[in-house]
Design a binder for this molecule. Structure first.
Ligand code: FNR
Length: 197
């Protein structure tokens, strides 16, 4: 019997009522239903200062090392990206900068791309606007390609997100559910073929 595929999911927002955190819950449920072994993390649980190389020279924060380990351990990821000013959030960038920064004193992490290389990443976004945060995905895509990730051809931006979820946090519109499912399934499909997991 094949092992369940480890899939990591997180949102680029820590806001209590975040649409992207809601979307991450929906996608995580779908991935579990598809047989994946899901690790759903909240970036609020990782205490990372704004990246600063002088600070880093005094020691990489434990949260950054923990995130490197988590990223590296999962061949498939789904990221739910909010859109700020037509791009992804500073939180997401700061997290990725810390996780991609080499740790000179630790032989396990001298390669900055190690936590990213070869990962299959499905991208979702949600915004109250008409474009659903689509522009954040168009910026996140080249960033992740630069870090040697594989991006699924399917991506989905959930528009009018403030009205998209019911009281239980489920997506109301069936086409939106199907689009999220499409990204999740394609991520798992590709990761199963590109990884040794
Ligand atoms: C936004 N928002 C936003 N929305 C959008 O669709 N396009 C945009 O360019 C921006 N720009 C933007 C800039 C800043 C500084 C803020 C604070 C917000 C709105 C944003 O999408 C909205 O606040 C979402 O609810 C954020 O995602 P979460 O926290 O709900 O996941």
């Amino acid at each position: 019997m094949t092992q369940p595929l480890p899939l990591l999911i997180f949102a680029g927002s820590t806001r209590a009522q975040s649409h992207n955190r809601r979307l991450a819950h929906v996608a995580a449920d779908m991935a579990r239903a598809a047989g994946a072994q899901v690790t759903h993390i909240e970036l609020a649980d990782f205490d990372l200062p704004i990246y600063n190389a002088d600070l880093e020279a005094r020691g990489t924060p434990a949260a950054a090392i923990r995130l490197k380990e988590i990223f590296h351990a999962h061949p498939a990821w789904v990221i739910c990206s909010p859109e700020y000013n037509g791009s992804y959030t500073g939180l997401l960038k700061n997290t990725i900068d810390w996780v991609s920064s080499p740790v000179k004193s630790d032989p396990a992490w001298t390669s900055g791309t190690k936590p990213f290389a070869g990962k299959v990443v499905g991208l979702l976004s949600a915004s109250p606007g008409a474009l659903g945060g689509l522009r954040s995905l168009s910026h996140l895509t080249p960033l992740l390609l630069n870090l040697q990730c594989w991006l699924t051809p399917k991506q989905f931006a959930l528009s009018r997100a403030a009205d998209a979820f019911d009281a239980e946090g489920q997506l109301i519109a069936e086409p939106a559910r199907q689009a999220v499912q499409g990204v999740v399934e394609q991520t798992l499909w590709a990761a199963a073929r590109l990884s040794n997991a």
